[in-house]
Design a protein around this ligand. Structure first.
Ligand code: SF4
Ligand code: SF4
Length: 304
């Protein structure tokens, strides 16, 4: 049952992190207009089960007035609201409070500060600390997301002494290009399930300004500018979806078997195999594997 809609307000970000699974950068295109946000909210009401609306990116504070207006509209319609930011704007606690005050006045339910920019250095960590302090001063509900460089551990009680990769990075998007070197790998045949996403129940989706409705980054159930979001959700059937069907039947291993995708023998994890297999199927399923920019392939011209 769909509970949450996460609006990818923009793919643009002031950073270009190694682990970004959406390949965001300062050059990324794809930003929602207010009219498009209103359309998503109208559809969210029609779906009836949705109770929360998040604004994310990219970096949503890059389009600050539209983000604030979108949060306000969502709140007025009775949704719980939240947002995720890398806190680049927290140049001092005092200034951060000015950025955050309108959000406190709206009464948002969650502010997630992501320390995504961990490798940019101490200044970026200070930014997130200042943002957290300002949020606490304003009594804003706060959570934080911290992604670190992948670590490899061999836990004694882990089955067959297999390595456990820590740090929180997902091996999709740019992380596949930048973070996998030297990490231990497992046989592709063992990648027989999707470990992270609720492919059947669709607890939440991410929507972008091109209309894609993502179950996982770059894995869409259709285009909401062509078919209304409420219809897409109502008609979604994981078993008949050309990518989710095989993933549910036997994980990324089944995906490569079904479409005879060329592959190597070993991968870091399920997402690594799934993401590379999907990259090779982009032209076969353009409606379901989109946009190409989250596969690092091309930047779209922003829709208007
Ligand atoms: S991981 Fe977060 S901060 Fe880094 S480029 Fe992506 S959206 Fe921006
Ligand atoms: S990349 Fe594939 S295996 Fe990983 S969470 Fe997404 S759909 Fe599941």
């Amino acid at each position: 049952m769909l509970k949450g809609i996460h609006i990818l307000l923009t793919y643009m970000c002031n950073y270009e992190c190694d682990h970004c699974f959406l390949y965001c950068s300062p050059n990324s295109k794809g930003t929602f207009t207010l009219a498009q946000i209103k359309e998503v909210l109208d559809e969210a009401i029609k779906i009836k089960t949705v109770d929360s609306i998040y604004f994310e990116g990219g970096e949503p504070f890059l389009y600050y007035p539209i983000m604030v207006e979108g949060l306000k509209l969502a709140k007025e319609l009775g949704f719980k609201t939240g947002l995720v930011s890398n806190s680049y704007w927290a140049t001092s606690v005092e200034d951060a409070k000015i950025w955050l005050k309108p959000l406190a006045e709206i009464g948002i339910s969650d502010l997630s500060i992501s320390n995504d920019a961990f490798h940019y250095g101490d200044e970026e960590l200070n930014l997130s600390k200042r943002a957290e302090k300002a949020a606490k001063n304003l009594n804003l509900p706060l959570s934080s997301i911290c992604i670190e460089e992948p670590t490899v551990e061999f836990e004694k009680d882990h089955k067959k002494g297999e390595p456990v990769i820590g740090g929180g990075a997902m091996f999709r998007g740019r992380a596949v290009e930048t973070l996998i070197e030297g990490l231990p790998r497992r046989s592709w045949e063992k990648m027989s399930r999707c470990p992270y996403e609720d492919l059947e129940g669709l607890g939440r989706v991410h929507v972008d300004s091109y209309g894609n409705v993502h179950i996982c980054q770059g894995l869409s159930i259709g285009n909401m500018w062509q078919t209304p979001l409420s219809e897409l959700i109502k008609n979604y059937d994981a078993k008949t979806h050309p990518i989710c069907g095989p993933l549910m039947n036997g994980g990324p291993a089944q995906l490569v078997k079904k479409y005879k995708v060329e592959h190597e023998d070993n991968y870091v994890d399920e997402c690594h195999l799934c993401y590379l297999a999907r990259s090779k199927l982009l032209d076969k399923f353009p409606q379901y594997l989109a946009p190409k920019q989250v596969y690092g392939l091309e930047y779209h011209i922003s829709s208007t």
